[in-house]
Design a protein around this ligand. Structure first.
Ligand SMILES: Cc1ncc(COP(=O)(O)O)c(C=O)c1O
Length: 354
């Protein structure tokens, strides 16, 4: 990474150079997409995806509430209306029936999240196809995940929807040495728009054809991303191996439940979330052992201040509410040493809240 970054600095081609193009090509190839464009971060990728799909005022977009905030705020930013639905108790992704029931004549799209690295239900793809809805994949946490489909095909995160959005925030499965994101698509028409949207909506002749902005990734970041991508498969494999050891250790643990994986899914294990009725005690236990533990998305998105005027603000989505209080994420990153994994395993086995 250091050598790649220094080579870019020395070249003085800091923006709009060959690294960005190469990173987009390599990333598209890795996830089986038709094309890809690096951009500033995952949040701006989501905004750009909605713009590319021509979603705006008057349109509804179905979205989970149990996710990172920008999965939903991007919808407000383009002037459309988020429609919040519940998630699956076992896999934490969009609930297929809830999506089906939320479709109205105004629905234009669905944003599905591969939460914690677990791919959403392949039936979401089918529902969107049948109803003519644009499916935007929030793959910010899912580099390296994939899912088998009923027809026998296997699709990677990044090619399981019309347009996908990745984040390279430093905690993600791969990073770029700063902020970064990636837009990928399997759709020809959308592919033609990827470069424009992150370049002020301009044509190659530099005429602004539609609303865009400067959302380009720097060449240093792209060069670092190219290096990181070479290691992604090995790093995800390491996460899978660690996850399977945690799951085995939890088999006979009465107070903690291991996360499940949908048949046909290859989890990317961005997070490993243990389910427990004793979340506070479990966190205290891990704190005492100096093991990092976190609870994500404790307050459902639709109940946060930014959605105070949203018609669903006071609605309870039961699974979303429950997951916010009973899941605890434990360390799973690929850099964990053998000694650190052994410490986590011992902490899992020794937990007893009574
Ligand atoms: C599910 C999800 N969506 C979107 C984002 C936004 O990505 P970024 O932080 O790169 O803007 C994140 C990042 O944390 C995320 O986890």
């Amino acid at each position: 990474m250091r050598n790649a970054a220094l080579a870019v600095l020395d070249s003085k081609q800091w923006v709009k150079g060959s690294r960005g193009k190469a990173f987009g090509l390599a990333f598209a190839d890795h996830c089986g997409a038709l094309s890809a464009t690096p951009c500033q971060n995952g949040s701006s990728a989501l905004w750009a995806a909605l713009r590319i799909a021509n979603i705006g005022p008057g349109d509804e977009v179905i979205v989970p509430s149990y996710t990172f905030i920008s999965t939903a705020t991007c919808i407000l930013l383009v002037g459309a209306t988020p429609v919040f639905v519940d998630v699956e108790p076992d896999y934490f992704c969009l609930d297929v029936n809830a999506v089906q029931n939320a479709i109205t004549p105004a629905t234009k799209g669905v944003i599905g999240v591969h939460l914690y690295g677990h791919p959403y239900d392949p039936k979401i793809v089918e529902i969107c196809e049948i109803n003519g809805l644009v499916l935007i994949e929030d793959a910010a946490q899912a580099h390296g995940a994939s899912q088998s489909f009923e027809d026998g095909s296997k699709k990677a995160a990044g090619s399981m929807g019309d347009i996908a959005c990745f984040s390279f925030y430093p905690s993600k499965n791969m990073a770029v040495g700063g902020e970064g994101g990636m837009l990928t698509t399997i759709n020809d028409a959308y592919g033609a728009k990827l470069n424009g949207i992150i370049n002020h909506g301009r044509s190659p002749e530099l005429h602004a054809m539609e609303l865009g902005s400067n959302m380009r990734m720097s060449e240093v970041a792209a060069a670092i991303g190219l290096e990181q991508l070479k290691h992604l498969d090995r790093w995800v494999e390491r996460r899978r191996h660690t996850a399977s050891r945690y799951t085995t250790a939890l088999q006979n643990q009465p107070y903690l439940k291991a996360p499940a994986t949908r048949p046909g899914a290859e989890h990317a294990w961005h997070q490993y979330c243990v389910r427990t009725e004793h979340a506070a005690a479990f966190k205290t236990h891990l704190d005492a052992l100096q093991i990092d533990a976190r609870q994500y998305y404790s307050l459902p998105i639709h109940q946060q201040g930014v959605f105070a005027n949203h018609p669903q603000h006071h609605q309870t989505l039961p699974v979303t509410a429950e997951l916010g209080s009973c899941l605890v994420a434990i360390p799973i990153m690929h850099e964990l040493t053998e000694a650190e994994i052994t410490r986590v395993l011992a902490a899992l086995v020794s937990f007893n809240p009574e």
